[in-house]
Design a protein around this ligand. Structure first.
Ligand code: HEM
Length: 248
C-alpha cells in the first residue's frame, strides 16, 4: 500500500479529534483544544527525546546526548512561544465553555508529570490523581521506577570525570572543574541549563496566561489556581548547575 500525505499522517482521524464540550465547537474553544492537543504532542516527543539523552549518557555517548539535548531545547522554546496564541483568548470567551470542562485540568496531564519524573523530579503522591487501574496510572508508575536524566548525568560524570578530578571532591566542585577544563561536557551542561530555564519560562508564561484569563478564580482541577501555580515558579530541575554559576 502506498501512502498519501493524508493517510500517512492519519489526518482524517487527527482532524476529527477537536470536538470540545458541545455538539459544535466554536473558534475560541477550538483554540483551547488545539493548543492543549499540540502541547501534548510536543510533550510526547520531548519525553522520548529526554529518554534518548538519558540512554546516551549511560552509554557514554557525549556528542549523541548533546545533539538530542539541542532538540529538547528547541521543543521547550516552541512550547513557550505557543503561549502567545492562547493568550489571545479573552476571559469572556473562555467563560462561555469553562463550566463545561467540569473537573478536567492541566493538573491531570500525565505527560507533564512524566517530564518531571524523567528529568528527576519524582513525587509518588501524584499517582493518586489517576484512577487505578488506568493507562495513565500504569505509565506514570513505570516512570516513577525508571532512571532519570539526573541519575544518568551523575553516572556519566562519575565515570568520565572522576578519573580526571578527585572523587573526594563534592559534586558541585567537580562540576566547576568540568566547566573550567572540559569544554565539550560544559556544552552538555549548558544545554541542560537551557532546558531547565525553558521549562521555568513555560511555567511563568502559564501563570501569566492564567492570571489574564481567569484572574484569581479557583482552578477547574480544584486548586487555588494562580496562588498554587505561583508556588511552582523558580524551582529548577538541576539546582547544582545554577548554584555553581557564581564560582565559574
Ligand atoms: C485558558 C488557558 C488556561 C488556563 C485558564 C489554565 C489554568 C490552569 C490552572 C488554574 C491550573 C492549576 C490547577 C487547577 O486547575 O486547579 C493549571 C495547571 C496546569 N495547566 Fe493550565 N491553563 C491553561 C492553559 C494551559 C495550556 C495551554 C497547557 C498546556 C499543556 C496547560 C497545562 C497545565 C499543566 C501541565 C498544569 C499543571 C501544573 C503543575 O501542576 O505544576 N495549561 N492550569
Amino acid at each position: 500500500m502506498s501512502f498519501t500525505y493524508s493517510t500517512y499522517l492519519q489526518l482524517e482521524k487527527l482532524l476529527s479529534l477537536q470536538t470540545g464540550s458541545q455538539e459544535t465547537i466554536n473558534n475560541d474553544e477550538l483554540l483551547f483544544v488545539t493548543i492543549h492537543q499540540v502541547a501534548e504532542l510536543w510533550f510526547k516527543l520531548f519525553i522520548n527525546t529526554l529518554k534518548t539523552v538519558r540512554d546516551y549518557l549511560y552509554e557514554n555517548k557525549l556528542s549523541h546526548a548533546t545533539s538530542a539535548l539541542k532538540r529538547c531545547r528547541m521543543i521547550v522554546k516552541t512550547l513557550v512561544t505557543q503561549m502567545d496564541v492562547i493568550s489571545t483568548l479573552s476571559p469572556m470567551a473562555f467563560n462561555e465553555y469553562r463550566n463545561l470542562l467540569g473537573g478536567s485540568s492541566g493538573l491531570q496531564s500525565f505527560q507533564f508529570r512524566e517530564i518531571e519524573f524523567v528529568l528527576g523530579y519524582k513525587r509518588e503522591e501524584l499517582l493518586n490523581i489517576y484512577e487505578k487501574p488506568s493507562w495513565e496510572h500504569e505509565r506514570l508508575a513505570l516512570a516513577l521506577k525508571d532512571n532519570t536524566v539526573n541519575d544518568a548525568l551523575k553516572t556519566f560524570l562519575t565515570t568520565q570525570v572522576t578519573s580526571l578530578y578527585a572523587d573526594t571532591l563534592d559534586y558541585q566542585t567537580n562540576l566547576i572543574q568540568i566547566y573550567k577544563h572540559e569544554p565539550d561536557i560544559a556544552i552538555l551542561l549548558d544545554l541542560l541549563l537551557d532546558v531547565d530555564e525553558g521549562l521555568q519560562e513555560w511555567r511563568y508564561r502559564h501563570v501569566k496566561l492564567v492570571e489574564r484569563i481567569i484572574g484569581t478564580k479557583q482552578g477547574t482541577g480544584g486548586t487555588k489556581g494562580l496562588e498554587f501555580l505561583k508556588a511552582t515558579l523558580f524551582k529548577p530541575f538541576f539546582p547544582d548547575l545554577w548554584e555553581i554559576r557564581g564560582s565559574l
